[in-house]
Write a protein that binds this ligand. Sequence first.
Ligand code: GLY
Length: 369
Amino acid sequence: MERRYEDALDLAARKLQRAIPLAAREPAIPYGSEGARFTPPPYDGNSWWTAGFWPALMWQMYALRGDNAFLQEARRAQALLGEQLRRFTLLHHDVGFMYLLSDGADFKLTGDETARVDTLHAATLLMGRFNPAGFVRAWNGADQAGVAIIDCMMNIPLLFWATRQTGDPRFARAACIHADTALREFIRPDGSACHIVELDPNTGARVREPGGQGYGPGSSWSRGQAWALYGFTLAAINAGSDAYREAAGRIARYFIQNIRPDGLTDCDFRQPPTPERIDNIAGAVAACGLIELARLTGEDDYAAAACRLLDGLIAHCCDPDPDHPGLLTRCTASYHDDRAGVHTNILYGDYFFVEALCKLKGTDPMLWT
Ligand code: GLY
């Protein structure tokens, strides 16, 4: 691995090790950071969809360094996530993000049986959200029965995992049915993706495409493009599907055309020129997807684009202060929702940045497959 990536990963490891006691003092699993302190989830406490990324960072560090302090901190956070499994009411399709990267990681790296059972529990919840009209329901609430979102391409790896664990093909079948719907309803001919599609919950017919976390209806929220890129790449790996691999290639080419000259990523590829809105999480997620797509297809252009993204992050947006637990600056949760964070550190950005660096280093345990 080249020196600048090695240095960035060393910086991450040093910060995360120092941050463990700080995180343990927080009432909630950390969401982001401001200077030397962690910030809590903006909504729903430890049921917020991001709660698995802190333990996921710990597991990436454990795989890299083998230090038990990371394992213990991951398990401390997982105990809090276990409480949310039992509470149940605030959970939705993002149990994939939450539990595959925490308990699923634990089981993958240590073989822990409690972690395996909690991951299966989460997979069963996700399966319970599958609508036979052809999609996994995203959110809760009486008016949300037909809502699906592109982010779910990153949740369905939990269903593929459950089929591998149990031998029951229903989980993977549901995942493929959802991916087929996403390919048909979300991915536009130019390779861009819409964020939200409302489907008729009885027939699966398309009802409308409301605006989501990007600039507006018909726009191109960059993190949604990144979820689509990495999600279809993972579906191609998990299902061995040429159609998903080709879709991932189309989405990747569109994403690559929209990388800024400085290597950073606008929050929406169709946002107005001002105000400047950058979302470095999108770039970090896309880098992970591009590295895996390069491995899957043997096409070096994807790997080169991943390095452009990582180089932009390292050159312009990596906080070097060892007293600051956060790594990536200028992360934006949502174009129109300032409460969840605008141009600040958000830890799931750090997670994907670290995952990408660990892929280059060769230590990524590939928690999604
Ligand atoms: N819902 C996932 C995200 O904000 O990207």
